[in-house]
Design a protein. Sequence first.
Length: 196
Amino acid sequence: MKAILVCGSPRIHGNTQKILEIAEETLKKEKIDTELVLLSGATVKPCTGCLTCKRTRDMTCAIKDDDFHEIFGKMVKADALIVGSPVYFGSATSQTTSLLHRAGYVARNNNNPFSGKIGAPVVVARRAGHNFTYAQLVFFYTISGMTVVGSTYWNVAFGKNPGEVLDDEEGVQTVKKCMENTAALLKCRAALQQRD
Ligand SMILES: Cc1cc2nc3c(=O)[nH]c(=O)nc-3n(C[C@H](O)[C@H](O)[C@H](O)COP(=O)(O)O)c2cc1C
């Protein structure tokens, strides 16, 4: 059972990374394998809408000179996908959406390998626009046939300067609980797969 956590912030050691590290720690405690992927250290160009993936249907994107395929491969192999993004003008970052647009379209044209996986959105904001960003991530999961995991509240945490998100105790607790629920669901999924 493996969960991949994708940090869509362009800022290394920023708030989104910090809260995803807490999420990762919680999953590890529940004996789930994890990998944190930082888009800050990667280049994922935006989708050009060329529709090559629709024509070739070979699980690849026409853009080959960036880090997309390596990250996409990890997303496809994982059982759970936790995407975290800061809010930028009421939206997920361009790093996050570039990845999701290309991953989503390549997947859709290749029998949708995301279908049946588990997803949880994590959103970090200074003040507002978080609901839209949260919805963006949920939209990705649900159009991909994934099961979205809940918590005691929506996975939104507040902070502006790096590290401030850790002061949002309720936000941190919400994300932790969501990861416990994710782990529980992963274990159910694994048990079902073994039975089949
Ligand atoms: C270009 C830009 C746009 C932003 N837009 C918003 C916004 O619409 N709403 C908000 O609450 N915070 C906004 N913020 C603040 C970030 O969401 C906040 O600082 C967050 O903690 C950054 O996460 P990070 O440290 O992981 O990069 C914006 C920040 C930047 C740089």
